[in-house]
Design a protein around this ligand. Structure first.
Ligand SMILES: Nc1ncnc2c1ncn2[C@@H]1O[C@H](COP(=O)(O)OP(=O)(O)OP(=O)(O)O)[C@@H](O)[C@H]1O
Ligand SMILES: [Mg+2]
Length: 288
């Protein structure tokens, strides 16, 4: 990838909480960095940010400083291991979590200022069908839906996919099954999701693969260690490597963000609606 290409923006999403989005975001970022890619991770879980905890660090500046206009994107970047840029989260008070579509777009858009130095931006989102996650997903080119093989996780992944399709006309979804014991279990979960959407010819699901259950996850997590680095020879890390190689073949589309047109529609539409208080500007100064 050269300096002219915009970064590939991948939202990591799930219907149910705890499917492994944040764990995979960090490990995947490291595997992509191992491939020589310049990577950033945005902790876009405004409710329960966890990337800083998983990395065992206390950030001086967080996404809140960016949202409130106190700092620029460059100032909130934490230079992590392997040159990976992290934009870390801090829990936002409830009223502030109601950012408008424009704000979500603005946050992702702020990455344009560093885009020449970036190949891939991973956006780790909050679980479920909340407006913040939906907007972060819309601002991304690719959405990787992480599920486990549990029926409840598959059902909620399906609900998320259908909401994104119905509300915003998103059509392409990549599916990853986490915490499997074998490859068959991962594929079976994907096939179930496919069957649930069999009658909808406008939804295209692609299987991005599986990640094995890591046996020593608990002890690694309690030591604040990144699984991929702590157990490089595990099947988990091999799967992460395979996933990073797959992602490396995903095309970067010509427009910086695949769904930019929906944001533009929305912004134009909202300009005439002045009574919607949820859309009151939160940024005090532009986020560049
Ligand atoms: N492949 C795996 N093998 C074993 N444990 C895993 C694996 N992936 C994730 N976990 C464990 O699952 C738990 C949830 O992981 P994580 O916090 O990454 O999920 P999440 O989807 O980001 O959660 P949330 O929806 O709350 O943001 C953690 O304890 C993590 O260590
Ligand atoms: Mg998380």
């Amino acid at each position: 990838m050269d300096d002219k290409n915009p970064p590939l923006v991948i939202a990591i999403a799930s219907g149910k909480g705890g499917t492994g989005k944040s764990t995979l975001s960090i490990s995947l970022a490291m595997a992509l960095a191992d491939l020589g890619r310049r990577v950033a991770v945005l902790d876009a879980n405004l409710e329960l940010p966890s990337i800083a905890t998983l990395l065992n660090i206390s950030p001086t500046h967080t996404i809140t400083d960016l949202i409130e206009g106190r700092q620029s994107i460059r100032d909130v970047i934490y230079n992590g291991p392997q040159g990976i840029n992290f934009i870390l989260g801090s829990s936002l008070p409830k009223p502030m979590r109601k950012l408008s579509a424009a704000h979500h777009f603005g946050i992702v858009n702020a990455f344009d200022t560093i885009s020449k130095k970036l190949d891939i931006l991973i956006v780790d989102t909050a679980p479920g069908i909340n407006s913040s996650t939906l907007n972060f997903v819309r601002a991304s080119q690719e959405v990787l839906v992480v599920t486990t093989s549990e029926p409840a996780a598959i059902a909620s992944a399906n609900a998320l996919i259908n909401t994104l399709h119905r509300s915003y006309n998103l059509q392409k979804f990549r599916i990853l099954t986490n915490r499997v014991y074998d490859a068959y279990e991962g594929l079976k979960a994907f096939k179930t999701l496919e069957k649930l959407n069999f009658n909808n010819i406008e939804i295209f699901l692609t299987y991005a693969g599986h990640i094995h259950e890591l046996k020593y996850a608990r002890s690694a997590a309690s030591k604040g260690q990144v699984f991929y680095k702590m157990f490089p020879k595990s099947v988990f890390s091999q799967d992460i490597k395979t996933l990073s190689q797959t992602i490396d073949t995903w095309p970067v589309r010509e427009t910086p963000r695949g769904h930019i047109e929906f944001f533009m529609d929305e912004l134009i539409g909202k300009a005439s609606k002045t009574s919607d208080t949820n859309d009151a500007p939160i940024f005090n100064t532009p986020i560049t």
